[in-house]
Design a protein around this ligand. Structure first.
Ligand SMILES: [Zn+2]
Length: 430
């Protein structure tokens, strides 16, 4: 599609669905290069306005603020907020009606999160919240010279029926994107040929990896892309190697969830910058990320525990943006590995394989699965190799100290549902 036409269609869609999108994008562009202090001022101002609103309009937070003696009217620093208890997904589900703002007349739409960890959460998202989220993504795309209406390849969802496919193709065409419908080498070949005329690729990172690998192994066309964006899951080191070879780019990561909005986006220097204009990210005593989203007027998200272990870093990035950084995002929803005598954070696997990559130059696509205490099946998507296996077992021993028996299996290919999100899965209650 012609670039001007694509932009026009995008703008028309935004006018209808996200009328405040471009205004909010302009605002974000204005604060993009602010220094740390000025950014912090913007953050505090937006937080104060939002917290006052939540304390007034959300019955749940009105009660919570009163119980914890937090007065949003006197809010002047994020330390003030620490008296307010964390909110979990369970609370957002059980208190759903009371969390929603009353007497709020902005246009809202239903948003839903399914997630792997059980219950679904449904909430109403106001227009400015949805638009701000999109505006934040737009600003981050700018870092790569990419516009959302640029031609792009899309890797999402399996199993689209042929009846759905017609509709999906039409919607995709309007958004100037195309997707892969099946994963045969021929299809991937056609897809990579199309990518040669696209500016970016977008999708689940494990799928990006899968496609890149097929392209490299079969010597298919290698399109040079401006950005390869991986979503919704852990990006393993091995993904970068294949992606670099196939597309000339590492997999760029974003961090966020439907209820939190876009939290951080990776800059070309490889650092994840937090969107501090619109949210506050802190960690609790367990090192888990808590997010307060200042745009979430219709359904206030305050000190919401995402269940991710993260490290916050206030150092300056070479790219010149002063937005603080978030590092080592790992371990969704408090997953624990259960040993015979002890328990271990799922994050441990991340370190085990990080070490193997750094010390032994071993890049692996892996997945750990536990269904009984003291035993873990480690799936490695590679041909069996005794030497590598010894290195893996050695590293595992260092961290788990023999408390867990690891059985290593080499499935031919991870099945799609299995690998979709996490590098550790457990059916045990931790
Ligand atoms: Zn940066």
């Amino acid at each position: 599609m012609n670039k001007n036409l694509a932009r026009l269609i995008f703008e028309q869609g935004a006018k209808r669905r996200n009328p405040s999108l471009f205004r909010q994008y302009d605002e974000l562009k204005q604060s993009e290069w602010l220094g740390k202090e000025a950014l912090h001022e913007v953050q505090l101002k937006n937080a104060a306005q939002f917290l006052r609103f939540a304390g007034k309009h959300s019955p749940y937070y009105r009660r919570l603020f009163a119980e914890s003696s937090f007065d949003p009217k006197t809010f002047s620093d994020f330390d003030d907020l620490k008296v307010v208890p964390e909110t979990s997904k369970g609370v957002l589900i059980s208190e759903n009606k009371a969390v929603h703002a009353q007497d709020f007349d902005e246009l809202t739409r239903i948003a839903e999160t399914s997630g792997t960890s059980g219950a679904a959460l449904e909430f109403r998202r106001n227009e400015r919240w949805d638009s701000l989220n999109r505006a934040s993504v737009m600003r981050a795309y700018d870092w790569y010279g990419v516009k959302p209406w640029d031609r792009n390849g899309y890797l999402w969802g399996y199993n689209i029926s042929s009846r759905q496919a017609v509709k999906v193709k039409l919607l995709d065409a309007l958004q100037n994107r195309f997707r892969l419908f099946n994963y045969s080498v021929e299809e991937i070949g056609r897809f990579s040929h199309k990518l040669a005329n696209a500016s970016f690729l977008n999708g689940y990172s494990s799928m990006v990896y899968e496609i890149a690998k097929v392209i490299n192994e079969n010597n298919l066309e290698r399109p040079a892309l401006k950005m390869v964006k991986g979503t919704s899951e852990m990006i393993l080191d091995i993904y970068h190697r294949e992606s670099l070879q196939a597309f000339g780019r590492k997999v760029t990561s974003e961090y966020g969830a439907a209820e939190s909005g876009l939290i951080a986006f990776e800059c070309p220097q490889g650092n994840m910058h937090i969107n501090v204009e619109n949210l506050f990210l802190e960690t609790n005593d367990q090192g888990e990320a808590l997010v307060t989203n200042f745009a979430s007027y219709s359904f206030p998200i305050i000190r919401y525990n995402l269940g991710d272990a993260v490290t916050l870093d206030n150092s300056l990035c070479e790219c010149g943006r002063a937005h603080p950084l978030v590092k080592d995002i790992s371990g969704r929803k408090g997953a624990k590995v259960i040993g015979t005598t002890g328990t271990y954070p799922a994050l441990t696997f991340y370190y085990v394989f990080k070490n193997l990559a750094l010390q032994n130059n071993l890049l692996m696509s892996y997945k750990a699965v536990q269904s009984e205490p003291g035993k873990v099946t480690l799936l490695i998507e590679d041909p069996a190799n005794k030497k590598h296996e010894a290195a893996v077992q050695g590293e595992l021993l260092r961290y788990f100290d023999g408390d867990i028996h690891f059985e290593i299996q080499y499935p031919d290919k991870f099945d799609a549902t299995r690998k979709k999100r996490q590098y550790f899965e457990s059916t045990l209650k931790s």
